[in-house]
Design a protein around this ligand. Sequence first.
Ligand SMILES: *Cc1c(COP(=O)(O)O)cnc(C)c1O
Length: 401
Amino acid sequence: MTAQNSGRAQNSWRARTRLVHGGTERSRFDETCEAIFQTSGYVYQSADECEAAFANDGSRYVYSRFRNPTVAMFEDRIAAYEGAARAFATASGMAAVNAALMCQLKAGDHIVAPHALFGSCLYIVKDLAPKYGIRTTLVDGTDLEQWRAALSQPTTVVFLESPSNPCLEVVDLRAIAELAHAAGARVVVDNVFATPVLQRPLQLGADVVVYSATKHIDGQGRCLGGVVLCDNAFAELLHPYLRHTGPALAPFNAWLLLKGLETLELRVAAQVASAAAVAGFLEGHPAVAKTIYPGLESHPQHALAQTQMSGGGPLVCFEIKGGKPAAFRAMNALELILISNNLGDSKSLICHPGTSTHQRLTDAERARVGIGPATVRLSVGLEDADDLIADLDQALARSVG
Ligand SMILES: *Cc1c(COP(=O)(O)O)cnc(C)c1O
């Protein structure tokens, strides 16, 4: 006997009806459970309750495109961790970026963003936004003068990544937030590469934080997901946009992400320790032309990174001597590290951005953000760091043609 069906003539139902209605528990749940509410809709005890649910928006689950208990548990947990008033989960990181930007923009508005952005983020600000009459100015994210010049005109949104993908440029979040606010703009930070563990943009002056939860939040290569973190005022813009355009996160994926959060700090701490060891190994290696890691003193924004991140991060970028052929020989010689454009997995993943994630850029655009023909990006996983170093060592020995 279920709550919704009590009081009805359940005992007289025929077998086929019981097959459809038996044992359902759609709308009631114990707040301490972490059940997967794999349901699209919700049911009501009465038409009056349904009317009240729609009149009192937000207090009751009415449809999973708007809200779902499992998704809400994930949202509440990440908001609590990050210290944000609100969190809104989405089906992917790009859905989170798109919603966080588009919900606040209109024709005539101005976006300022660095050149060094994840490929799909660059598409939104550089190609998509102008189709709707929104102007975009791209700057060198590490050059305060360029930010200052771009923000000398009224601006609606500053969107940035720090560290950037793939060359780990570090943007001065406090300084940019100050300049942006003076220009009347909100600051939206894509915090994927820093993870929620190592950097808290909301505490550094940002207004909105977005994640591809696909990366370190899930952390185990299992599902896509995204999340936007913001205050109550921004939620007034974002919530209707999400509700009516529908990039909702699936309950099962929300449950994976909810459980992923429980081990996030432990995983990221282990990955940062291994990444630092790997970066130290690569920096002195004769087959490596250049190692880029915010935790290394040789990183151009090392001092800045130390003031806004509590670690060097779980990603390392490096350049192999001998151009693209040498980079491909090294990648193909790896025995443990896997070739993938993904990142943030428990398994270490390597990619060649120039021919994968940033393939659509022109040579000049790639050169501007530091992606050369021999640049590779390593997402450090949870393996023993000594095994990763041994694998890189034997592969680099075979990079020489
Ligand atoms: C992966 C990634 C995204 C997009 O996330 P998806 O979950 O793949 O949609 C956005 N920004 C950065 C920095 C990323 O690494």
